[in-house]
Design a protein around this ligand. Structure first.
Ligand code: MN
Length: 241
C-alpha cells in the first residue's frame, strides 16, 4: 500500500522532535483545515487541507491574503499526518524544519468539485470555514520549467470573489499573531521549548551519535522548482519546510 507519509517521515528524527510520526487515517465527514505559522530559517505559513486521510500541505512564505486579487506563492510540500494539524511547539534547532510552530487557524474546508481532478489539472477551488479565514479560495499551480520536480511544485493561493473578500488594508496574518489553540504568541511558544528540552535531554543524547540525515534528494528537488512567471528565485522550500 502506498504510504503517503513516507516523505514526511524520511525528513524527521522522531527521537529528537515532538512532531507526530503519524499514520494515514480515514477522513471524517468534515475535512479539516489548518494553518501553522512556522518560524523556520525563513518564516512562512503552512497551509494544510485534509484529503485521503492525510494533510495536503503548502508552505506560503507571506501567508494568505483575504484581499481580492492578491496572489500568494504556495510551495507544495510533503503530505503531513492528520494529527500534525494541531501541533504547536518548537522543533529543535538543527532538525528538519527547526523553529517555532504556532497554530494560526483551524476549521474545515469544502472542495468545489472533484479534488483529485483539480489537483491533476492544477486548480483547486474550495470554501474555508476557519476561525480566521473564511469564504472562497483557490490554489492554482504555476507552470514549472523543470518537469523533474517529482510532483513538488509551486502554486498560488488566491482569494476568490465572495461576500467576505476584502479590497485592501491589513490582512489577517498581520492583524492576528496569536495561536487559536493556546492564545500564545511566537515568543511564548519559543520560551516553553526549554522545558520540553530538559525533560527529554537524556533520550536525545543517547541517539545523537547514530543520527542519520535523510531526505536530501527530496530537498534538492524542492529547491529546483520555481514559478515560470518570474525570473526571481522564489523562497526556497528547503529554507521554509
Ligand atoms: Mn513549515
Amino acid at each position: 500500500m502506498l504510504d503517503r507519509l513516507k516523505a514526511y517521515r524520511a525528513k524527521r528524527d522522531f527521537t529528537r522532535t515532538a512532531e507526530p510520526a503519524g499514520k494515514a487515517q480515514k477522513s471524517g465527514k468534515k475535512l479539516s483545515y489548518f494553518i501553522q505559522k512556522h518560524a523556520a530559517r525563513r518564516l512562512h505559513y503552512d497551509f494544510r487541507l485534509e484529503w485521503n486521510g492525510t494533510l495536503m500541505s503548502w508552505a506560503v512564505p507571506k501567508g494568505p491574503s483575504e484581499n481580492l486579487g492578491d496572489k500568494r506563492l504556495a510551495v507544495h510540500v510533503e503530505d503531513h499526518p492528520l494529527e500534525y494539524g494541531t501541533f504547536e511547539g518548537t522543533i529543535p534547532k538543527g532538525e528538519y524544519g527547526g523553529g517555532t510552530v504556532l497554530l494560526w487557524d483551524r476549521g474545515s474546508w469544502e472542495p468545489h468539485g472533484d479534488v483529485d481532478e483539480g489537483l491533476e489539472k492544477g486548480k483547486l477551488s474550495f470554501t474555508l470555514h476557519g476561525q480566521r479565514l473564511k469564504g472562497d479560495w483557490a490554489l492554482v499551480r504555476l507552470h514549472s520549467n523543470d518537469k523533474k520536480t517529482h510532483g513538488r511544485d509551486n502554486w498560488l493561493l488566491i482569494k476568490e470573489k465572495d461576500a467576505v473578500a476584502k479590497s485592501g488594508g491589513k490582512v489577517a496574518v498581520e492583524r492576528e499573531t496569536t495561536s487559536v489553540k493556546s492564545g500564545r504568541g511566537m515568543e511564548e511558544i519559543a520560551e516553553s521549548k526549554k522545558i520540553w528540552h530538559s525533560n527529554r535531554g537524556k533520550a536525545v543524547t543517547a541517539v545523537k551519535t547514530q543520527k542519520k540525515r535523510t531526505g536530501g534528494s527530496l530537498l534538492s528537488s524542492l529547491r529546483s522548482s520555481r514559478p515560470s512567471s518570474t525570473k526571481r528565485r522564489p523562497a526556497r522550500a528547503g529554507s521554509m519546510r
